[in-house]
Design a protein around this ligand. Structure first.
Ligand SMILES: CCC/C=C/C(=O)SCCNC(=O)CCNC(=O)[C@H](O)C(C)(C)COP(=O)([O-])OP(=O)([O-])OC[C@H]1O[C@@H](n2cnc3c(N)ncnc32)[C@H](O)[C@@H]1OP(=O)([O-])[O-]
Ligand SMILES: Cc1cc2nc3c(=O)[nH]c(=O)nc-3n(C[C@H](O)[C@H](O)[C@H](O)COP(=O)(O)OP(=O)(O)OC[C@H]3O[C@@H](n4cnc5c(N)ncnc54)[C@H](O)[C@@H]3O)c2cc1C
Length: 662
C-alpha cells in the first residue's frame, strides 16, 4: 500500500484501487510538478487554504448566477489579500497560480489576466523606468490590469488592428482613438468590470506613417471611484459558452490623451520629437502571447487531468453489468472500452505537462536572452508553441468530452462539472491564436526548414528539425518506444515534404505565393500536427527515461506504452506508408495489453495530481467516492428545490390544467 493518503470512511471501491497502486503518489506528484519541494509546497498551500473557512465556496458554484460568481470570486480575492504572504511566496509564479486554481477554480476572476498577461507584458515590454513606475504597483495589486488587443473586427490579423495611437510631438502625447465600431476592443478578460488599467495594443501612427501594433499602458478607470475616465467606453460583452466568472469586456477610446512615456518602450521607442526606433526583432511586441502559449501545454494538461480525475474515480465506484462473476456487478473501469476511452488521455495529460515544463523554461530563457539583446531564439519558440497550443487544446477537448461520456448520464449533469471544464478548456482552441492559424505559423517554419535541406543547408536547421533531413529507414517495432518515434518521424517527414512540394508546385504552376499557400493549407496543417505530436512523444519518452525511482519509472513506462501504441494507431493512415497492416495489428494487441497492465494503477495515476475537492468542484469526482450520497445532497441544494410549488406552477400550469378539466 503505497498511496499514502488513504482515508478511513472513503468508498471501499476507491480504497481498494488506492491499495492496488504500485507506487507512492507523493513521489509521482514530485515528478509531475517538477520537484519534491514544489509538490510539498502545493500540499502545504492547499492545507493552509482549508484552514481559512472564508475561502470556501459559499454555495455550490453550479447554482450561482453570473453576477454571484463574479461577486464570490471578488469576495475571496479580498479574503486572500489578507493572507497572501502567509499562504505563498509572492515572488513564485507557480505558487500563485496554484493558489488561484485552488481558491478560485477555472471560471475566471478579476486578477486572471493581471497575472497571466498584464504583469508579463510589463516585464517583457516596459523599460526600466516604466517598470519602476508600474511593476511594483501591479505586483502589490494596487491596480488591476488586463491585456486589450483583440477588436470586434480583428483578432487574428494583428496588422489590421484599427485602434490608433497617434503621436503629436507638439504636446508629446499620443491620442488613442477607436475610429469605427469594429475597432472596439472586444474579448479581453477582466476588462469589462474589474480592471482599472490595461496594456492596450494599438497601431502606432507618427506623421501619417503607420508603424503597426505596439503596446501602451493605459489607465481606464479612476482609482478612487472606479468610474471609466472621460473618453473611455468600457463594459462586459455578456455571457459566454463557459468562463462566466470572468468579465470579458469591450473598450473604446474617444480621442483619449496618453503621455509619451506610456508607450511600452523596452524594445521600440518614440522620442520627444517623434523619431521612431524600431525593435531588434519585428515580432518582439508579440511576446505576451508567446508567454501564454508557452504555458498552455501545462494548463491544458491540468484541465484534462481534472476531467480524468472525475471520470476515473467515478468509473471505479460505478458498477454496471457483469463480467465473469455474476454475483456482483463490475466497476465500469474494468471494461476495455472504458479503459480505451480514458487511459490514452491520462498518458496525453502526463505528456502535455512534461512538454509544458520544457516550454515554460524555454520562454524564461528567451526572456533573459532578449533582455541581453539576443533575439535568435524567438522564431524557434514561436513555431514550437504555435503548434503545441493547437494540438494540446484540440486533444484536450477530445479527452474531456470522452471523460464526460465515460460518466454516462451523471457526466451530463453539472454535478460532474465536466461541461464547465470542457467549455473553459476549448476556449484555448481560439484564444492566443486560433488553432488553424497557429498551425499555419508552424507550417511556415517547417516549409523553410525543408527549403534549407533542399538547398544543402541542413546545418542551419533549428532544434527538433534534423529528422527532416534524414533518409527513411527500416523500422524494427520490437525495439521499444524509440521505434514508435521513428514511425512518427517517417510520417511527419513525409507529410512536411509532401505539403512543401505541393506549395512549391502550385507556385511553379503560376499561382502567387499567398494563393499557393492557401491551396496547400490543409496539407500544411496536417504536417504541423504530425510534427507537434512527434515532439510531444519525444519529450514524454525523454522525461520518463530520466527518472531514477524504480517504481515510478515502471508505471510511467507502462503509460508511455499506452501512449506510443495509441498515437501510432491514431495516425494509422499516415503510418501505413511505413508500417504494414500486420504490424498495425500487432500494435493493436500491444495497446490492449498495455491498457490491462495500467489498470491497477489508474486511480493512483490520477490521484497523483493531488487536485483538491475544492479545486475540482465536482460532486462526482470527490476524493471520498461517495458519489450517490453526494449527488443527492447536491440536487437537494438546487434553488428549484427550496420550495415544493414554484410560482410558475400556480401562475401558468395549474390554471392551464384546471381549464382543461372543465
Ligand atoms: C485566459 C485566456 C487569455 C487569452 C488572451 C488572448 O487571447 S490575447 C490575444 C491573442 N491574440 C492572438 O494570439 C492573435 C494571433 N495572431 C498573431 O499572433 C499574428 O497575427 C500572427 C502570428 C498570426 C501573424 O502575425 P504577422 O501577420 O505579424 O506575421 P506573419 O504571419 O506575416 O509572419 C511574419 C513572420 O513573423 C514571424 N512571427 C510571427 N509571430 C512571431 C512571434 N511571436 N515570434 C517570432 N516570430 C514571429 C512568423 O513566423 C513569420 O516568420 P517568417 O516565416 O517570415 O520567417
Ligand atoms: C475565452 C477567450 C478569452 C479571450 N481573452 C482575450 C484577452 O484577454 N485579450 C485579447 O486581446 N483577446 C482575447 N480573446 C480573443 C482571442 O484572442 C481571439 O478571439 C483569437 O485570437 C481569434 O481571433 P478571431 O476571433 O479574430 O478569429 P478569426 O480570425 O475571425 O477566426 C475565424 C475563422 O477564420 C479562420 N482564419 C482567420 N485567419 C485565417 C488565416 N490567415 N488562414 C486560415 N484561416 C484563418 C480561423 O481559423 C477561424 O476558423 C479571447 C477569446 C476568448 C474566446
Amino acid at each position: 500500500m503505497l498511496n499514502k493518503s488513504i482515508m478511513d470512511g472513503d468508498n471501499p471501491d476507491l480504497t481498494e484501487e488506492r491499495m492496488k497502486g504500485a507506487f507512492d503518489t507523493d513521489k509521482m506528484a514530485a515528478v509531475i510538478y517538477g520537484s519534491e519541494k514544489f509538490a510539498i509546497r502545493r500540499r502545504e498551500i492547499t492545507e493552509s487554504i482549508s484552514r481559512i473557512p472564508q475561502l470556501a465556496d459559499s454555495k455550490p458554484f453550479s447554482f450561482m448566477t453570473r453576477e454571484e460568481k463574479i461577486s464570490e470570486s471578488c469576495r475571496k480575492l479580498s479574503v486572500l489579500s489578507e493572507h497572501w504572504n502567509q499562504l505563498i511566496d509572492t515572488n513564485n509564479e507557480e505558487e500563485a497560480l496554484h493558489l488561484y486554481r485552488e481558491v478560485l477554480g477555472l471560471e475566471g476572476h478579476a486578477f486572471s489576466l493581471h497575472e497571466t498577461m498584464f504583469i508579463p507584458s510589463l516585464v517583457a515590454q516596459a523599460n526600466d523606468e516604466q517598470q519602476e513606475k508600474w511593476l511594483g504597483r501591479a505586483k502589490r495589486r494596487e491596480i488591476i490590469g488586463c491585456y486589450a488587443q483583440t477588436e470586434m473586427g480583428h483578432g487574428t490579423n494583428l496588422r489590421a488592428l484599427e485602434t490608433t495611437a497617434t503621436y503629436y510631438p507638439s504636446t508629446q502625447e499620443f491620442i488613442l482613438h477607436t475610429p469605427t465600431e469594429t475597432a472596439l476592443k472586444w474579448w479581453p478578460g477582466a476588462l469589462g468590470k474589474s480592471s482599472n488599467y490595461a496594456v492596450v495594443v494599438a497601431d502606432l501612427v507618427i506623421r501619417d506613417t503607420h508603424y503597426g501594433a505596439h503596446p501602451f499602458m493605459v489607465q481606464l478607470r479612476d482609482e478612487k471611484t472606479h468610474n471609466p475616465l472621460p473618453g473611455i467606453t468600457v463594459g462586459d460583452i455578456g455571457p459566454k459558452m463557459a468562463f462566466n466568472g470572468a468579465d470579458n469586456g469591450f473598450l473604446g477610446f474617444n480621442q483619449y490623451k496618453l503621455p509619451r512615456d506610456h508607450m511600452l518602450m523596452r524594445h521600440s521607442r518614440v522620442e520627444e520629437n517623434g523619431t521612431y526606433t524600431k525593435p531588434p526583432h519585428a515580432k518582439i511586441g508579440y511576446s505576451s502571447m508567446v508567454k501564454v502559449r508557452s504555458r498552455m501545454a501545462m494548463d491544458q494538461g491540468l484541465f484534462m487531468v481534472s476531467a480524468l480525475v472525475i471520470a476515473v474515480r467515478y468509473s471505479a465506484v460505478r458498477r454496471q453489468g457483469f463480467l465473469d462473476d455474476k454475483s456482483r456487478e463490475v466497476k465500469v473501469l474494468d471494461y476495455q472500452t472504458q479503459q480505451h476511452r480514458l487511459f490514452p488521455s491520462i498518458a496525453r495529460a502526463y505528456a502535455f505537462i512534461f512538454c509544458g515544463f520544457e516550454t515554460i523554461q524555454l520562454y524564461d530563457q528567451l526572456l533573459i536572452d532578449v533582455k541581453n539583446g539576443d533575439t535568435s531564439g524567438m522564431s524557434d519558440l514561436h513555431a514550437l508553441t504555435s503548434g503545441l497550443k493547437s494540438v494540446v487544446t484540440h486533444q484536450t477537448g477530445e479527452g474531456i468530452e470522452q471523460a464526460r461520456m465515460a460518466c454516462g448520464g451523471h457526466g451530463y449533469s453539472m454535478a460532474s462539472y465536466i461541461s464547465e471544464i470542457y467549455g473553459v478548456a476549448i476556449g484555448g482552441c481560439t484564444y492566443e491564436g486560433e488553432n488553424m492559424v497557429m498551425l499555419l505559423q508552424l507550417a511556415r517554419y517547417l516549409v523553410k526548414s525543408v527549403e534549407l535541406v533542399k538547398t544543402g543547408k541542413s546545418k542551419e536547421l533549428g532544434p527538433m528539425m534534423n529528422y527532416l533531413a534524414e533518409p527513411d529507414t527500416q523500422i524494427d517495432l520490437t525495439s521499444g518506444p524509440e521505434a514508435y518515434v521513428k514511425v512518427f518521424q517517417h510520417a511527419a517527414r513525409r507529410q512536411v515534404w509532401k505539403a512543401t512540394d505541393k506549395f512549391h508546385q502550385l507556385m511553379e504552376s503560376g499561382q502567387s505565393r499567398d494563393i499557393a499557400w492557401n491551396n496547400s493549407a490543409v496539407e500544411l496543417t496536417r504536417a504541423s500536427r504530425l510534427h507537434t505530436r512527434l515532439y510531444i512523444m519525444e519529450t514524454f519518452i525523454r522525461r520518463v527515461s530520466s527518472i531514477s525511482d524504480v517504481s515510478i519509472k515502471k508505471v510511467l513506462i507502462d503509460l508511455v506504452n499506452v501512449h506510443v501504441n495509441y498515437e501510432v494507431l491514431d495516425i494509422g493512415t499516415y503510418a501505413l506508408e511505413h508500417v504494414s497492416s500486420t504490424q498495425l495489428d500487432s500494435i493493436r494487441s500491444q495497446l490492449y495489453s498495455s491498457l490491462d497492465t495500467l489498470r491497477p494503477n489508474a486511480v493512483s495515476l490520477i490521484d497523483s495530481f493531488q487536485i483538491s475537492d475544492m479545486q475540482l468542484r465536482s460532486v462526482l469526482g470527490r476524493r471520498d467516492g461517495h458519489v450517490y450520497t453526494n449527488l443527492f445532497e447536491w440536487a437537494k441544494a438546487s434553488p428549484l428545490n427550496q420550495t415544493h410549488v414554484l410560482p410558475s406552477v400556480n401562475q401558468y400550469l395549474k390554471p392551464m390544467m384546471d381549464k382543461a378539466k372543465l
